[in-house]
Design a protein around this ligand. Structure first.
Ligand code: ATP
Length: 133
């Protein structure tokens, strides 16, 4: 199977740059599997794990917190506010963020705080998901 270059970039750093066989991402309209030679495409991403398949290797999972995926002719670029490999995730911090967000959701303050807490909860759950699989 052909491979393609995957780059995952945040405002701080390049989190990932490897030749891969396939990725599965969660776009706003649902899951998308991308192989080499996919037609060019730009889509917003949900806060969710990204699965990376490489030949002869175990699947890799990254926590990708929203942003956009751009499928180009020569490579795929994911631009996200934040993204982490499982080994870079502080599990205790993610657990604390999850509990904080749950408390804020239970407090049912204004709509803006609620939305922020929902997004924070989604980031925390994504971090916990990729570190537990
Ligand atoms: P927290 O409330 O713990 O800061 P957050 O979801 O608000 O979590 P982000 O705004 O998504 O954090 O990220 C800010 C920076 O901190 C990014 O560089 C992100 O990669 C990093 N980061 C956030 N949570 C963790 C974590 N649990 N382990 C490692 N890095 C993290």
């Amino acid at each position: 199977m052909s491979s393609f270059l995957l780059e995952i970039v945040t405002p701080d750093r390049k989190v990932y740059e490897e030749q891969v066989q396939m990725i599965v991402v969660k776009g706003i309209a649902g899951e998308l599997g991308i192989l080499a030679h996919h037609i060019p495409l730009v889509t917003p991403l949900k806060i969710a794990p990204v699965t990376v398949k490489k030949q002869g290797a175990k699947d890799e999972l990254l926590a990708v917190h929203g942003g956009f995926m751009e499928v180009r002719k020569d490579k795929v670029v994911i631009l996200a506010e934040s993204a982490e490999l499982p080994g870079d995730i502080d599990v205790e911090r993610a657990r604390a963020a999850k509990e904080r967000a749950e408390r804020r959701l239970a407090a049912k303050k204004d709509e803006f705080d609620f939305k922020r807490a929902e997004l924070a909860l989604q980031r925390a759950l994504t971090r916990l998901d990729v570190t537990s699989r």
